[in-house]
Design a protein around this ligand. Structure first.
Ligand code: NAD
Length: 377
C-alpha cells in the first residue's frame, strides 16, 4: 500500500506534543514526514525540519509558506497535523482544509464555538477529514470500555466520574515560564485554561465511553495562582443525553498527581475503571460479583480493542502508540475505510461549546447551562 505524505505545523524543538505525533504517525508505516513549519521562529523551524529528514524545499519558515508550497505540488502532503498553541488552530486548520488537505488538529480544535462550527461545515463541504487529537480515546482498553457499554455489559450507565488533574503547573515560581504561561493567557489559550487544556480530554472520554453527548453543565473555576487570568482548577457537573450524571475534576496545581487522568463508569449491572497511568488494564466489577482486571491483549476482547493492540499481553503500549492509533484510523479514513472511533471535528466543536458553557456557568455563579453547540441542539 502506498505510504501517505504527512506534514506538521508546530511541534518543533522542545515542544510537548510534537514527539508523540512523530512517533505516532511513523509507527505503523502509513505516513512519511515530508514537510513542515515546525516553529514560530522560521529559522529554528527550518533547521528542525532538516534534522528530521525533510527536504530543503519543504522545510518551511511558516505555515502560510507551507500552504503555498504544498498546494502547488503534484506530490503534496495528504495530511497536515496542527500542533501549535490553541489560538492559531482555527485559521491554520481552515486554510489547509479549504485547500483540500486532510487535517489532524490538536485540541482544543478552536477557541470560539462559531469557529468550531465553521470547521465542521468546511470539512463537510470539502469532503476532507478534520480529526481532533483526543488520543486517549484510542487506547485499546478505552475501546474495550466503549464496546462493553455498547454491548450492555454494565447495563444502563447511571454515573460517570472523571479526573484529569496534575501538579505540573503548581509551582508559583515557574508560572512565568513561557511554555506554562500561555496556557493561562486569554490571548493565547482562549476563554479557559485548565478546563480547555485537560478537562476536555476527560469530558470527551466520558462521552466517548458512554456513547452519549453532554447536554448541560454547571461549573466552578479557580485561579489558585493569583497572577493567572484563566483557571488552573475546575469542577464541572454535567448531564448527558440519556440522563447519565457526570462529575469532572481537572487541575494543574494538584502537586503529587503526575498524570492523573482516570475515569469510572457506573452502570446498573456493573462498573468500569481506567487510569492513564495503567492504560493496559480495565477494571470491571459486575454487580454482586468479583472485581476483574481485563488486560490489553488477552483473549476475548471486543474487536475494537483487538484492532488497536499491537504487542503481546502485559507488554506496555503507551501514549505514543495511542496517538499512533489515531494515525492508523486517519490513514484508513483517507484511504476510504471509515473508522467509527476516530474523533472528528464534531467532537472538537462539542468540546469548545462545553468550555464556553462552563465559563458562562461560572459567571452565573455555577448555574446549569446548555452545553451543546447551536448546530447540535
Ligand atoms: P508547546 O508550547 O510545547 O509547543 C508549541 C510548538 O508550536 C513549538 O514548537 C512552537 O515553536 C510551535 N509554534 C507556535 N506557533 C507556531 C506557528 N504559528 N507556526 C508554527 N509553529 C508554531 O505546546 P504543546 O504543549 O506542544 O501544545 C501544542 C498544542 O497541542 C496545544 O493546542 C495543546 O493544547 C495541544 N496538546 C495536546 C495534547 C494531547 O494529549 N492531545 C498534549 C499536549 C498538548
Amino acid at each position: 500500500m502506498a505510504r501517505l505524505k504527512w506534514g506538521m505545523v508546530g511541534g518543533g524543538e522542545g515542544s510537548q506534543i510534537g514527539p508523540a505525533h512523530r512517533l505516532g504517525a511513523l509507527a505503523d508505516g502509513h505516513f512519511d514526514l515530508v514537510a513542515g513549519a515546525f516553529d514560530h521562529r522560521p529559522e529554528e523551524g527550518r533547521a528542525f525540519a532538516r534534522k528530521h529528514g525533510v527536504a530543503e524545499d519543504r522545510a518551511y519558515g511558516d505555515w502560510r509558506e507551507m500552504l503555498a508550497g504544498e498546494k502547488g505540488r503534484a506530490d503534496r502532503v495528504d495530511l497536515v497535523t496542527v500542533a501549535t498553541p490553541n489560538s492559531t488552530h482555527f485559521e491554520i486548520s481552515k486554510a489547509f482544509l479549504e485547500a483540500g488537505f486532510h487535517v489532524l488538529c490538536e485540541k482544543p480544535m478552536t477557541v470560539a464555538v462559531e469557529e468550531g462550527e465553521e470547521i465542521v461545515r468546511i470539512a463537510a463541504r470539502t469532503g476532507r477529514i478534520c480529526a481532533v487529537n483526543y488520543c486517549y480515546s484510542a487506547y485499546p482498553m478505552i475501546r474495550q470500555a466503549r464496546a462493553m457499554v455498547r454491548a450492555g455489559d454494565i447495563g444502563k450507565v447511571r454515573l460517570v466520574v472523571t479526573n484529569f488533574s496534575h501538579g505540573h503547573h503548581g509551582d508559583a515560581t515557574d508560572a512565568d515560564n513561557p511554555r506554562v504561561r500561555w496556557r493561562y493567557d486569554p490571548a493565547m489559550a482562549g476563554v479557559s485554561g485548565q478546563f480547555a487544556d485537560c478537562g476536555i480530554h476527560a469530558l470527551h472520554m466520558a462521552s466517548f465511553i458512554c456513547d452519549d453527548e453532554v447536554e448541560k453543565l454547571s461549573a466552578d473555576f479557580a485561579s489558585t495562582i493569583p497572577s493567572r487570568v484563566l483557571e488552573d482548577d475546575a469542577m464541572v457537573n454535567f448531564r448527558m443525553g440519556r440522563g447519565t450524571v457526570g462529575r469532572l475534576w481537572t487541575s494543574s496545581v494538584a502537586i503529587g498527581r503526575q498524570h492523573g487522568f482516570d475515569i469510572q463508569v457506573f452502570g446498573e449491572t456493573g462498573g468500569l475503571r481506567w487510569a492513564s497511568e495503567q492504560p493496559n488494564q480495565l477494571i470491571y466489577t459486575p454487580v454482586g460479583g468479583r472485581t476483574q482486571i481485563i488486560e490489553k491483549g488477552e483473549a476475548g476482547l471486543y474487536d475494537e480493542a483487538k484492532r488497536l493492540s499491537r504487542v503481546a499481553i502485559a507488554h506496555p503500549e503507551g501514549f505514543p502508540l495511542a496517538v499512533a492509533n489515531i494515525y492508523c484510523e486517519l490513514a484508513d479514513s483517507i484511504r476510504g475505510v471509515k473508522r467509527d472511533g476516530l474523533p472528528l471535528a464534531s467532537a472538537g466543536v462539542r468540546s469548545i461549546a462545553a468550555v464556553h458553557a462552563a465559563v458562562a456557568s461560572v459567571k452565573a455563579g455555577g448555574a446549569w447551562v446548555e452545553a451543546r453547540p447551536p448546530m447540535y441542539r
